[in-house]
Design a protein. Structure first.
Length: 476
């Protein structure tokens, strides 16, 4: 099999694997800390109401071995009182309140509050020292989970590798996610006892995600408390399994958008065959333009194709998407290149002259191509065996028109030269033979002249003298 046919086969095989984007999990970081005091019932309820699948909470252990829900071991930032969790019994800590009047909660109280709400799920972060203290945290955690039957409604994540090791031994069926602020901390030893990795948005890349997925590990992303909602414009493009976000409503919104799309992996070199610059967007869901554009007759590499809201977009690089109109695979360039910049004309011999808003969409007839009026072909697109041409009023199949080749440079392409560079058996047949009809007509400067019949023409002037006495021309 030659290389061209091999490439075509690869593309056809890949195009058969069109799949719906699998929705990532949205995890409210400490609930919704922007709209309510963090890690309160109000914060958790807000996050769940905004579409969060999980809320994230942090644990410390009190002096009397109660699991206390708090990000900080010193409670001054959230309660105004500088009590350290490990130095007080929970009965004392529970008297402290946050800005909304809610007291500091224990994990028992959280599970008791949500035990009858199966949609309420929790990502639990265990806070431990570098020496692995408190040593009994994982045992206390298992007791609490067993007590409320929360095995299917929790996941663990932690910066502490010791805590994750303990959890893998005590609760091997519950997902365990390693939090990493640097990729250097992700090694084979850690990956041997965790089921996933939670990476900082500053270090996450599609290549890292694909590598971890290849190793069978889920990938989550997190950000600092100064997270900007605009980060979603790029995060949503990555094949993440979940995100820990301060903006669960925004995360859920983007997830819904992504779930409405279809995505196809396609590694293909292409040329942009169109007569105008095309904007490059950060993602196909919220068309926010970047400073870059696609230029006519320039080459690009496509990694993915995304269909969304009736439009199709190609991914040209990390966080770079453009409308797919005009992109032609490199192996089809010669085949369709002669159309680009040529002119199309409808001579009434063809079945119809319908113009469509989009190729291959019979329901979107938006007009008709005028009779005997040549129009510039602005964009070319091949769908299956059909080549579609875009003129000023819309798209039409190439077989429904005749083509007038031009000998001019149109954005780097000469249609006549492209046509005659093709092997004879590859040249399209619908050339407009009447294109130069005007050269046959009389000019204003030349009059008509009578012509002599052949019978009156001196025989001596013929290269081969003929006897035309009995010719039917005598009967005219």
């Amino acid at each position: 099999m030659n290389s061209r046919n091999s490439n075509i086969l690869k593309v056809l095989l890949v195009s058969c694997v069109f799949f719906f984007a699998s929705g990532f999990s949205v995890i409210g970081h400490r609930g919704d800390p922007i709209k309510a005091p963090e890690e309160t019932f109000q914060s958790f309820n807000t996050a769940f109401s905004e579409g969060a699948d999980y809320v994230e909470l942090d644990l410390h252990v009190s002096k009397d071995n109660v699991l206390v829900v708090s990000h900080d071991k010193n409670l001054e930032r959230i309660t105004g009182t500088s009590d350290v969790v490990s130095q007080h019994n929970f009965s004392e800590l529970s008297q402290l309140t946050q800005k909304n009047g809610e007291p500091i909660h224990s994990l028992d109280q959280v599970f008791e509050h949500y035990k009858n709400n199966p949609r309420a799920k929790f990502l639990i972060e265990t806070k431990k020292t570098s020496k692995g203290n408190p040593q009994n945290m994982e045992e206390l955690l298992k007791e609490c989970i067993d007590k409320y039957g929360m095995h299917d409604r929790v996941m663990f994540h932690s910066f502490s590798t010791k805590s994750l090791q303990n959890e893998s031994e005590l609760m091997p069926d519950i997902p365990r996610i390693f939090i990493a602020g640097t990729i250097k901390r992700v090694n084979f030893d850690v990956l041997s006892y965790v089921t996933g990795v939670n990476l900082s948005s500053k270090i996450i890349t599609p290549e890292v995600i694909n590598t971890l997925h290849y190793m069978g590990k889920s990938v989550y992303v997190w950000d600092e408390m100064n997270e900007s909602p605009s980060k979603w414009n790029t995060l949503v493009n990555m094949p993440i399994d979940g995100v820990v976000t301060n903006y669960p409503a925004t995360g859920n919104e983007y997830r819904k958008l992504k779930d409405k799309s279809k995505s196809e992996t396609l590694n293909q070199n292409v040329y942009y065959m169109s007569n105008k610059d095309e904007p490059i967007y950060e993602n196909p869901y919220r068309l926010i333009k970047t400073s870059k554009v696609v230029h006519p007759m320039s080459g690009y590499h496509i990694t993915n194709v995304v269909k969304f809201n009736g439009e199709e977009y190609v991914q040209l690089g990390e966080n770079q998407f453009a409308n797919s109109d005009g992109f032609t695979p490199d192996y089809e360039l010669n085949e369709v290149g002669a159309y680009f910049g040529a002119k199309a004309i409808y001579r009434k011999q063809q079945p119809n002259n319908f113009l469509r808003a989009e190729p291959n969409n019979s329901a979107q007839v938006i007009g008709r191509m005028s009779d005997n009026k040549a129009e510039r072909i602005q964009t070319v697109k091949k769908n299956g065996s059909n080549v579609w041409l875009k003129v000023s009023g819309g798209w039409i199949k190439s077989k429904y028109v005749l083509i007038q080749l031009t000998d001019e440079n149109y954005y780097g392409n000469n249609s006549k030269l492209s046509y005659y560079n093709l092997p004879v058996n590859q040249r399209f047949k619908n050339i407009d033979l009447l294109q130069d009809l005007g050269t046959w007509e009389n000019s204003d400067e030349v009059g008509t002249q009578n012509t002599d019949l052949l019978r009156d023409y001196p025989n001596s002037n013929l290269l081969f003298p003929m006897n035309i006495e009995n010719d039917s021309i005598n009967h005219i």
